[in-house]
Design a protein around this ligand. Structure first.
Ligand code: CTP
Ligand code: CA
Length: 225
């Protein structure tokens, strides 16, 4: 702790956090999106600033006040988010992917509003895969020792799915939360289990998103070299 009693265990560290949810435009009036509010990512940014880090927050379609002291980069789509995160990650000690990234985007963007024909039964939507930013970060670390943290929201077999996802992505920590009709999305509170590539399993009881954020930083700091 520093002279004012503030924690400084992230002092001298650069952390990059993605937050919110990407939107993939179809035409000027429509997009494919998700229900991520960005609150967990913003809580990670606020707590990291409080702990002394230099913070880059890549915010996708959020409607929240900029965390004081963080560099906020606004993005819309998964492709834009990838570009901003990879660039900021070049000198980052920790990258946390809290954003909900669309797995697919429309194959074509229509410059004019898409119209249906009277007899059209076939949906006019063709999708292509988006890049997996977390997997890319984990496999192409800008320096050894860079820590990569993912998030996963699961509805079924939460721990088994989480463990498999951690392995598939190759990240160091994966924060897994169970989502249902009243859990996680948009709420002020969260409950999670943080899985480590080292086999660790840290349950975080239901509570403010700041508490989960601080737990993530504790686990990350313990793994930084
Ligand atoms: N993620 C990412 N790029 C994508 C999709 C997801 O970086 N194109 C990141 C998210 O930010 C999150 C983690 O990967 O940190 C897990 O996201 P999730 O949607 O749970 O994983 P997927 O591999 O897409 O698996 P699923 O098929 O369950 O959606
Ligand atoms: Ca996904």
């Amino acid at each position: 702790r520093g002279p004012q009693g503030l924690a400084t265990d992230l002092a001298g560290r650069h952390v990059v956090i993605s937050a919110g949810g990407t939107r993939e435009p179809l035409d000027p009036v429509r997009y494919l999106g998700n229900r991520s509010s960005g609150k967990q990512g913003y809580a990670l940014a606020r707590t990291a600033v409080a702990r002394g880090a230099r913070v880059t927050l890549v915010a996708a379609n959020t409607d929240l006040a900029d965390p004081a002291g963080a560099d906020v980069l606004r993005v819309g789509t998964a492709v834009q988010l990838r570009e901003a995160v990879l660039k900021a990650a070049a000198d980052a000690d920790v990258v946390v992917m809290a954003a909900a990234v669309a797995d697919f985007r429309p194959a074509h963007y229509a410059a004019g509003k898409i119209k249906k024909k009277d007899d059209q039964e076939q949906p006019p939507l063709e999708l292509v895969r988006n890049p997996d930013v977390l997997a890319e970060l984990a496999t192409q670390r800008s320096h050894p020792g860079q820590l990569i943290v993912g998030f996963a929201a699961e509805t079924d077999d939460v721990l088994a799915n989480g463990r498999a996802k951690l392995l598939r992505k190759g990240c160091d920590l994966l924060v897994v939360n169970e989502v249902g009709d009243h859990k996680a999305f948009g709420s002020e509170e969260n409950e999670a289990v943080v899985l480590g590539a080292d086999g660790s399993e840290t349950p975080v009881p239901y509570g403010p998103k700041e508490a989960l954020a601080d737990q993530v930083w504790d686990l990350a700091i313990a793994r930084l070299t």
